[in-house]
Design a protein around this ligand. Structure first.
Ligand code: PEP
Ligand code: MG
Length: 633
């Protein structure tokens, strides 16, 4: 069927436009690559954001649109380049076949525009400029086909954005749809596409330029896919310092800046950039002198890391002899080894929700969860493993649809999140409770419940746990004693702690949410991130009160929010009486280093002065100066 005249002229116009604007040489030749950006005329730009993960990353930018973040990113071995190009071709041919068949099925009386759209898609698909440029990313950079295709899409999409003709500009959506189809076809073809980005990305690709990821936004679950990936740094336009995306970036221990607003618009594919994760600055196309300065800082950070590594097996004991428990926070069972490598003495927070997010084909069932939890419990060999029941909601949606749903929810952080969601899904919750209980047969398991705020929820929770135990007994399945703890992350829980502790065996303070809910600041919203203040007296008073109440009642208390891994708060928390900290494995050594130098008793005497001050941070700084004098603590 011939496209109608209007569409024919559109396609002709579109093709003309593509020939004009499509990058004729989208990649630098391999010879022009090297450790240093090319000298010559360049415009260096600084973009400011929020520092979320320390250190310096220097590399070439890989721009990724949020919707395509979850495509696999890995390097293809030299011997696999031709097969990878063939795979791309096969996927494209498959989509051409699909679209051609679809066109033939369009009834005669159907809207002519529909056929026209299919023609535009076929034309885009078969345009050598798209396939040739994508092929180049594979051949020259060794990107896998999905990565090459989404990279090229970013390049071309930007050119569409800049077109003056609105009608042509809108064709970007067609291009995106075509690329999505080819990516889906690559998945169906299998082969390399089934490779997991996380397991293959870690390969040392000697001689290649390091890569940093730049995206408008990355969902926490997508961020997780980049663990042990090829990227050495991250920048996102949106996000707060303690958003879950930022937390996952921090857990990877690679420099990251979030809330950099315009970054993904300013940076272009393949630009050299520096990410200063301490200052929250991104430098695009740095001058050679700036680059040299940052390379020096990079070496300093590496030296400091090597020094800290030596503390791994040193017990954490304060100057005045107080032993301190340093636990680790994890997201996935595969993180268990990092806990042991860091010298942590257990898991203080296993964020089980990451097993539930971005799944194809339903939520994980009891068996799958049991396997996942048991894997960690067995790996920890008798050390405690604190498994938190699922904390879905707010900035951790189950999937994209859920995310869309949340966009229409006025206040997702105040909505059906954590224990509230679990209690509203009794079947799902029963499966999780049974899986956690069963994992206790392999070691020391503790169960932690997020966002506890109401006694009604507490009663329903314990009923559900009893029901799960009864079911396991009826099935003859083993489980041991599991201590049940509550997260103190809503002010209500901190205020009514004595009542809560009549029911729970221990508490863990989630400072990330306690700050959010005490100060009414969405932790994921960069527009109010300057008001997200862990030093706020109200926050510190709630933390101090929770620790002292739990200690007085003889119940274990830990802090598992980001405050535990921030050395700025170590003295203060020890002075409040805290003896159990849980943090990212990568933070354990630096907190230990700090603990070894603290006189906890001396700081205990200073706590009231700090938490009752109008500006606790300033008082703390003054006390530090005094404490570093010869007779200080
Ligand atoms: C917290 O709120 O401090 C916490 C540890 O939980 P999450 O960051 O997963 O909300
Ligand atoms: Mg929380």
């Amino acid at each position: 069927m011939t496209p109608p005249a209007g569409v024919r002229s559109l396609t002709a116009g579109l093709r003309g436009c593509l020939l004009l604007h499509w990058p004729q040489e989208p990649l630098r030749r391999p010879g022009s690559r090297g450790r240093t950006p090319a000298k010559g005329s360049f415009v260096s730009i600084q973009v400011f954001g929020l520092p979320v993960s320390r250190g310096v990353a220097i590399g070439r930018a890989v721009l990724v649109a949020s919707s395509r973040v979850d495509v696999a990113h890995y390097f293809v071995e030299a011997s696999q380049i031709e097969p990878e190009v063939q795979r791309l071709r096969a996927a494209r041919d498959l989509v051409v076949e699909e679209l051609t068949a679809l066109k033939q099925e369009v009834p005669e009386d159907a809207h002519a525009e529909l056929v026209g759209i299919l023609d535009v898609h076929l034309m885009l698909l078969q345009d050598e400029m798209l396939s040739e440029a994508t092929r180049q990313w594979i051949v020259e950079r060794h990107y896998n086909a999905e990565w090459a295709l989404s990279t090229q899409l970013e390049v071309v999409a930007r050119q569409f954005d800049e077109m003056e003709d609105e009608y042509l500009r809108d064709r970007k959506a067609d291009l995106e749809q075509v690329v999505e189809r080819v990516i889906a076809a690559l998945g169906r073809l299998g082969g390399d596409a089934v490779r997991d980005a996380t397991s293959h990305g870690a390969r040392d690709f000697a001689g290649e330029d390091p890569l940093v990821l730049v995206a408008s936004d990355i969902a926490p679950a997508d961020m997780l896919k980049f663990k042990r990936s090829v990227f050495t740094g991250f920048v996102t336009d949106v996000g707060g310092r303690n958003s879950h995306t930022a937390i996952v970036a921090r857990s990877m221990d690679i420099p990251a800046v979030v809330g950099a607003r315009e970054a993904s618009r300013i940076v272009t594919q393949d630009d050299w950039i520096i990410i200063d994760g301490d200052a929250g600055v991104v430098i695009v196309n740095p001058s050679p002198i700036v680059l040299e300065e940052y390379r020096f800082r990079q070496r300093q950070v590496e030296l400091e890391r090597a020094r800290l590594d030596r503390l791994r097996h040193t017990p954490a004991v304060t100057l005045d002899g107080q032993p301190v428990e340093l636990l680790a926070n994890i997201e996935l069972p595969s993180d268990a080894q990092a806990v042991l490598d860091a010298g942590a003495v257990g898991v203080g927070l296993f964020r089980s929700e990451f097993l539930f997010m971005n799944r194809v084909g339903g939520l994980p069932g009891e068996e799958e969860q049991y396997e996942a939890y048991s894997r960690v419990v067995k790996a920890l060999a008798g050390l405690p493993v604190t498994i938190r029941t699922v904390d879905i909601g707010a900035d951790k949606p189950l999937d994209t649809n859920q995310e869309e749903r949340h966009e229409h929810t006025l206040n997702p952080a105040l909505g059906l999140r954590a224990i509230r969601w679990s209690l509203s899904e009794p079947e799902m919750f029963g499966e999780q409770l049974r899986a956690i209980l069963r994992a206790s047969a392999h070691g020391r398991v503790r169960m932690l419940v997020p966002m506890v705020a109401q006694m009604r929820e507490v009663r329903l929770l314990f009923d559900a746990i009893e029901r799960a135990k009864t079911q396991l007994r009826a099935r003859g399945q083993a489980f041991l004693d599991v201590a049940i703890g509550a997260m103190v992350e809503v002010p209500a829980a901190a205020i009514m702690l004595p009542t809560l502790l009549q029911h729970f065996d221990f508490v863990s303070i989630g400072t990330n949410d306690l700050i959010q809910y005490t100060l009414a600041i969405d932790r994921a919203d960069e527009a109010v991130s300057h008001l997200y203040d862990p030093w706020h007296p109200a926050v510190l008073q709630l933390v101090a009160r929770t620790i002292s109440t739990a200690n007085a009642l003889g119940k274990e208390v830990s802090v598992c929010g980001e405050m535990a891994g921030d050395p700025a708060f170590t003295e203060l928390l020890l002075g409040m009486g805290l003896r159990s900290f849980s943090m990212h494995p990568t933070q354990v050594s630096s907190i230990k280093k700090r603990i070894l130098r603290v006189n906890a008793a001396a700081w205990a005497g200073r706590i009231d002065l700090v938490v009752e001050a109008e500006d606790p941070q300033a008082i703390c700084a003054r006390l530090h100066t005094a404490a570093s004098s010869p007779d200080g603590g």
